[in-house]
Write a protein of this length. Sequence first.
Length: 276
Amino acid sequence: MPTTPRIADERHRYILEMLQEHGSCKVAELARTLAVSEMTIHRDLAHLARQNLLRKVHGGAVLRNYIELTFQDRAVQNHEAKVAVAQRAQSLVRPGTSLYLSPGSTTHEFALALIQDDLQIYTNSLPTATALARSAPQGLRVTLLGGELVVFVEALVGPATEAALADLRLTHAFIAVTGVSLEGGLTLYTEEEARVIRAVIRAARKTVLLTDASKFGQLVGPQVGHLEDVHVIVSDHIPDAYRQRCEQHDVEILLTADLDVMPTSAPGAAAADRRN
């Protein structure tokens, strides 16, 4: 039986409410919650996308009320804070370890600040790989992961990237995101980027989020994971509510103003052992 316009309007309103709350939604979850077929949900999402209210992605939809900024545009935003975060994170790097650096302007600054040699670095970021090629200390080994180019991010993504990560065992993964929310978790512009970072989190013994304070409270694109999926947050400032969430889940905090780690537990203790 055809769906009546009134019921369709109710579904559309529900979908938009879910997007406002979480930043993204999945077709399968919407179909199950609303007791309709996935085909019906696809039609609903297509209808809302035509009104420019959301953007369809593989398996679901994300909010459309944001602008996808290029790497160059993001690099000049809050630049001083990003440099400070990158320098603060250097204390986590040890010789003889394997690191992943995600695409992003803050992780790019982290790469520029590296002074350690005897490291194996993996990245799917073209600017980061180029920067390391030009300024890397002698003894630093850099592997650029293959994949399909996302032009505005200047990064490689897709099945080839994810497959390469599945074979790695990383000591640390240093990641940057577009938004950090207590309800919506960590977000990125596209589902393709999000899948890569999910693979990175699975491959890394310890995941470090590098973020300036402007990202807190933001929902920008599909969810990568939750705040508690990382082991360390390095930032110039962290709101009290986020600090409390970190304390509840043994997530360590490094602030640019501090000389030492501000742990919620002993460094490298419970947090490091949550995922091996």
